[in-house]
Design a binder for this molecule. Structure first.
Ligand code: SF4
Length: 207
């Protein structure tokens, strides 16, 4: 039974239950594309230091050209001028006997509205409104701060666009149902079925 569930676990399960089995039940790690990972990691770290009010002059000087373009765009967005509530913040949400959790990039506030920021250096989610990250983080912020005045903002740093999802009570009910359903599904899964005609970092041990 999974009592600690992250958005990545749920996304993996949805892509392929077999992959979920390798990664989260057998705990087998496979190498991923380090270049994309490192690029995202640097931008996330820089944004976190900046929002905490640290001196980032030296870090900015060490940026590559590509990182500098992305950072200049992010730094000048209105959200980074709002009141900072938390950065790189671990949160959790309890549904029945399970805890859902993850780490949000930043939580900022303008007047009464909370904005959950997610920096995307790769691709933004296809269905952002019902992405597991959106659902878990939004409900967790709602529970912790006792407010419905919440927006989840995906900042697509590659395409310089943003996508904002405003929380409503109706949406909250849908989120709760979807998270409860998927939690029950992974906790009763038995055969972790293989996807047909697929390919992933586990292909070599899958077939
Ligand atoms: S190779 Fe295909 S079936 Fe195997 S884990 Fe990857 S996605 Fe799933």
């Amino acid at each position: 039974m999974f009592n600690q569930i992250s958005p990545n676990m749920l996304k993996t399960y949805e892509i392929c239950p077999r992959k979920f089995y390798f990664k989260y039940i057998k705990n087998i790690s496979m190498p991923v594309n380090d270049e994309i990972f490192e690029f995202g990691k640097n931008i996330h770290a820089l944004a976190s230091y900046y929002l905490k009010g640290e001196n980032i002059d030296k870090m900015e000087l060490a940026l590559t050209e590509k990182e500098k373009i992305v950072w200049d765009y992010l730094k000048n967005l209105k959200y980074l001028t709002y009141e900072v509530i938390a950065t790189e913040y671990n949160l959790s949400l309890k549904i029945e006997n399970s805890y859902f959790g993850g780490r949000l990039d930043a939580l900022v506030k303008d007047n009464t509205r909370y904005y959950i920021l997610d920096y995307k250096t790769g691709s933004a989610p296809k269905n952002a409104k019902f992405d597991y990250q959106t659902m878990i983080y939004t409900l967790a912020v709602k529970e912790f701060f006792k407010t419905n005045d919440i927006s989840f903002v995906y900042l697509d740093l590659k395409n310089k666009t943003e996508l904002k999802i405003d929380y409503t009570e109706e949406l909250g009910k849908e989120y709760l149902k979807k998270l409860t359903d998927i939690k029950n599904k992974i906790n009763t899964e038995e055969n972790y079925s293989i996807q047909k005609e697929c390919n992933c970092e586990y292909s070599l041990i899958c077939y």
